[in-house]
Ligand binder design. Structure first.
Ligand code: NDP
Length: 484
């Protein structure tokens, strides 16, 4: 399997290189070795991508929704057929274990292309009858050229989650992956074009923030969808605002998991594992503040410690490995810094807490207990395998403390009390809530954040509203009456 891509960028249906762009070495997080090299887009590359997308979008929008959908569904089929190779590549790009990538990345991308491919032919307007036989009809119009900017944790999924609804609605897309994980989005572009998307409908350009900023500020761009941190979101949102461009912002979080005494212990521990240690904790919707009611706390900590003995660290390409390294040395240092702060501020380190000697940017799965609301590990997004347990007594207290954060991406409750579960879900100030599970993101359901965690929703039928706009057409059936 080829890891070094044919060229850095994919524009107008082909691989394109410009070695004048800054060098970006792709580091495999398990070995620290450079496994590929790409170049950041130069202004000439950015121009080429925006021109190609601007031209291609008009043709693509003239296709019927059914024709566009056929291409997307074909892309979904190709992604599934190549799941193994795409998963191996995702593992090289991110360091996430193959055991995860083979079921969560290209498969999620394929779901997205299949779902939005299926919806494409069903996107219609409505007829609004008016007095005297006049009427208005609405047309669902694409926005134009959309820019997608990705984070490094789910490079295939993010490229697909943004590309599928954008293309279904008749837009063209230019996607800029994170410089840390530049490889996978190129494969998404390649597959879409193999499936029949006209050249220029889905383009990939590499680069750091400056390339993203150049795209966001281009007057030919109609919409920007970013997956990234809150500070980057604030910058991109304000740049997009100057051109009144549409935005979707999928940003960071510090989500709560609330576990009541009556919860099924095994499920609660499983949910907290999914919400803290999947992808080695590098998931935006992680439930990193685990509020555990006092009566179940000791049992929860004991069972969590026991279950963590099942962690298998090692070569992420080995299918038996279930826990990978951090995406980069830099991210490992950031996370270790948070762990140090947790200890210094008085949290009780139950297990983990250290980098792992040997190959790979590994950090042990880490659990803190006796964490209080104001400790840094309870207020800041860590983006690593660090779980904080906070004790509580009452439902009202748990809800108030769960909501006491500027973030609002996800929240979950574990309880057997049906009424309480729904009360909590209604009370959570978060865009994506769970009852008795955490961190699932099926394409059929809306995904996204409230408060500082984001604007707009990805997935589900709602994503269509974020990649299209309604035009109203008034049709007069009578003479025009004017005052003079
Ligand atoms: P960053 O915010 O650092 O970067 C996100 C992307 O934005 C990167 O491609 C980055 O480029 C680019 N970028 C940076 N500055 C600018 C700018 N001024 N204009 C345009 N683009 C810019 O996030 P990370 O990659 O570090 O990802 C981690 C963050 O992503 C976490 O906060 C996490 O919570 C969030 N996230 C949110 C998700 C969600 O769905 N809500 C899902 C996954 C992650 P480059 O890095 O190449 O310089």
């Amino acid at each position: 399997m080829q890891i070094q891509p044919k060229a850095s960028h994919f524009i107008d249906g082909q691989y394109v290189e410009d070695t004048d762009g800054a060098v970006i070495d792709v580091i495999y997080p398990f070995t620290g070795d450079a496994i590929a090299r790409v170049h950041a887009a130069t202004p000439a590359i950015v121009e080429r991508a925006v021109s190609a997308a601007t031209r291609a979008q008009k043709e693509w929008a003239s296709w019927t929704g059914t024709e566009r959908g056929r291409v997307l569904r074909r892309a979904a089929d190709i992604m599934r057929e190549r799941n193994h190779d795409l998963s191996v590549l995702e593992t090289y790009d991110t360091g996430k274990p193959y055991q995860e990538t083979s079921v969560a990345d290209a498969t999620s991308g394929a779901d997205s292309f299949e779902y939005f491919g299926g919806l494409a032919g069903a996107l219609t307007g409505e007829h609004i009858p008016l007095a005297g036989g006049d009427f208005v009809y609405t047309r669902r119009e694409p926005l134009g050229v959309c820019v997608g900017i990705g984070a490094w944790n789910y490079p295939t999924q993010i490229a697909s989650w943004k590309g599928a609804p954008a293309l279904a609605c008749g837009n063209a897309m230019i996607f800029k992956p994170s410089e840390t994980t530049p490889l996978c989005a190129l494969k998404v572009a390649e597959i879409l074009h193999e499936a029949g998307a006209p050249p220029g409908t889905y383009n990939v350009v590499q680069g750091m923030g400056a390339v993203g900023a150049a795209l966001v500020n281009d007057p030919r761009v109609a919409k920007v969808s970013l997956t990234g941190s809150v500070p980057t979101g604030q910058k991109v949102y304000s740049a997009a605002a100057s051109g009144l461009r549409h935005v979707t912002m999928e940003l960071g979080g510090k989500s709560p998991i609330v576990i009541f005494d009556d919860a099924d212990l095994e499920n609660a521990v499983s949910g907290a594992i999914l919400g803290n240690f999947y992808s080695s904790g590098q998931v935006c919707s992680n439930g990193t503040r685990v509020f555990v009611q006092k009566g179940i706390k000791d049992a929860f900590l004991a069972r969590m410690t026991e279950r963590l003995k099942g962690v298998v660290m090692g070569d992420p390409q080995d299918p038996t490995t279930n826990f990978g390294p951090m995406v980069s040395d830099q991210q490992r240092e950031i996370v270790l810094g948070f762990i140090e702060k947790g200890v210094a501020e008085g949290a009780h380190l139950v297990t983990g807490g250290k980098a792992v000697d040997g190959s790979g940017f590994f950090i042990e799965p880490t659990v803190f207990a006796n964490v209080t609301d104001t400790m840094t590990i309870a207020t800041d997004e860590i983006f690593g395998p660090v779980l904080s347990v906070l004790d509580f007594d009452t439902e009202a207290e748990a809800l108030a403390r769960a909501n006491d954060t500027p973030f609002g991406l996800a929240a979950s409750v574990f309880t057997k009390d049906l009424a309480r579960a729904h009360r909590m879900a209604a009370g959570f100030e978060a865009g994506t809530c769970y009852i008795n599970t955490h961190n699932l993101a099926p394409v059929e359901a809306p995904f996204g954040g409230s408060k500082m965690s984001g604007v707009g929703r990805e997935n589900s039928k709602l994503a269509i509203d974020h990649y299209s706009e309604m035009k109203g057409v008034y049709v007069a059936m009578n003479d025009v009456e004017a005052p003079f």
